[in-house]
Design a protein around this ligand. Structure first.
Ligand code: URA
Ligand code: CA
Length: 435
């Protein structure tokens, strides 16, 4: 087999066989196929697409490129959740503890922030002492004891995806359903859980901005997961504005703790977290959806969700007292209020630009080498559809280093569109693909 022939075949719109896909992924992982050929192949896929069988083959080939985690030592059904990435998307820190409190077993390997989106590991590391690096033995122990552990991916989890993602990032081939689905699902399958709940985002802060694309991505991922014998549900949810109020690591931990304490109950972050948690319990076989709803509300009201979060924090070396007193989280030196320049309704937000503004303050990384400042970020005060008066506060910026402050403020202001037209508030849950 020659890579050039396979590139030509895909360029001409023909499907590749299982063996051909294996050849490309094995060759690329082993450095026998160079970046320039893989870049041409990815662009051919971007234009011509892959069918369901090819996408599954691609996922399986990628999954087999590195370690496959065996969670068999942990009793019961292990459930994972995954978000395709968003802004103020802190659902793991709310849903994970609640599911654990209701008898689920959440064994989650998470990633770091990517572009404008935040990462669960960076958020957890804002808790003083918390370590996302645990041995597989310790990970299993923590899940068995507390029902929840979140750790970083092992270095050798799907090395094919590390290479492919970096290449896609610089060749304009991120936004293809087969490539995103295989990237995410290869990692989920290698991470060893029995059941998976996917949260596929749509809107201005999502990778898949159009609703129809997000639904197609959800379908593709569900098909791959079920084909691999996993129990999978997918929720397609709105990302046309930041999901919660907080954008930034310690701020997002604070908001998650507040929800677990029973605050912000009607808010979008709480609602999406509850929906995901209910489906996590359902795919785990713990209980049906109606009962899940009741149990989850009880886990907030009786404090058992917050207790589960404390249990994981303590087990991973962190200071659980932040759950009783969030002022013990890292705090920024300065706070600046951003005011509305005119009056009207908040008709649209460029959510990805809000994420970039937080990144410019130090909440995210522009390059892999950038260091994150856990304390900084943005606290949103308004939602889509709200009426704002000129001079009213739209958001507070929490700042340590003022170097990029001006650029961050300008980007934020241009991301919020205030107009006169009536606006419909976006549907929070677009659709659910149930197991
Ligand atoms: N997240 C991933 O892990 N991979 C993608 O391709 C897109 C989002
Ligand atoms: Ca992600």
């Amino acid at each position: 087999m020659r890579a050039a022939e396979l590139i030509e075949k895909k360029r001409n719109g023909e499907p590749l066989s299982t063996e051909e896909i294996n050849f490309l992924i094995q060759g690329y992982t082993a450095d026998s196929i160079p970046d320039y050929q893989m870049a041409a192949f990815l662009m051919a896929v971007w234009f011509k697409g892959m069918d369901e069988r090819e996408t599954t083959d691609l996922t399986m080939a990628m999954m087999r490129s590195g370690d496959i985690i065996d969670l068999g030592a942990i009793p019961g059904i292990k459930v994972d959740k995954h978000s395709t990435g968003g802004v103020a998307d802190t659902t793991t820190l709310v849903a994970g503890p609640l599911v654990a409190a209701c008898g689920g077993r959440v064994a989650k390997m998470s990633g770091r922030g990517l572009g404008h989106t935040g990462g669960t590991l960076d958020k957890l590391e804002s808790i003083p002492g918390f370590s996302v690096e645990q041995s597989m033995e310790r990970f299993a122990e923590i899940v068995a004891e507390h029902g929840l552990s979140v750790i970083g991916q092992t270095a050798d989890l799907v090395p094919a995806d590390k290479k492919l993602y970096s290449l896609r990032d610089v060749t304009a081939t991120i936004d293809n359903i087969s490539l995103i689905a295989s990237s995410i699902m290869s990692k989920k399958l290698a991470a060893g859980s029995d059941a998976i709940v996917l949260d596929v985002k749509t809107g201005s802060g999502a990778f898949m901005k159009a609703e129809s694309d997000a639904v197609a991505l959800a379908r593709a991922m569900v098909a791959i997961g079920r084909g691999a014998g996993k129990r999978v549900s997918a929720v397609v949810s709105d990302m046309s504005q930041p999901l919660g109020n907080a954008v930034g690591n310690a701020l997002e931990v604070r908001e998650a703790v507040e929800i677990l304490q029973g605050q912000h109950a009607g808010g979008d972050l709480a609602q999406v977290s509850m929906t995901l948690a209910a489906h996590m319990l359902a795919v785990s076989g713990v209980c049906g959806l109606d009962e899940a709803d009741e149990r989850l509300k009880r886990a907030v009201a009786d404090g058992s969700g917050l207790a589960a979060f404390k249990g994981m924090i303590r087990a991973q070396g962190g200071d659980p007292s932040i759950c009783d007193d969030t002022s013990r989280l890292p705090a920024a030196a300065g706070r600046y209020s951003i005011e509305a320049a005119g009056s009207g309704r908040l008709v649209a937000m460029d959510t990805d630009r809000i994420g970039i503004s937080a990144l410019l303050l130090g909440a995210g990384r522009r390059t892999k080498e950038d260091r994150i400042d856990p304390a900084v970020g943005i606290w949103m005060k308004k939602r889509l559809g709200d009426f704002v008066r000129e001079g009213e506060v739209l958001a507070d910026f929490y700042v340590n280093d003022e170097k990029n402050l001006e650029e961050a403020v300008a980007g934020f202001q241009s991301a919020l569109h205030i107009g006169r037209d009536p606006v419909e508030r976006p549907r929070l849950i677009v659709t659910i693909l149930e197991q």
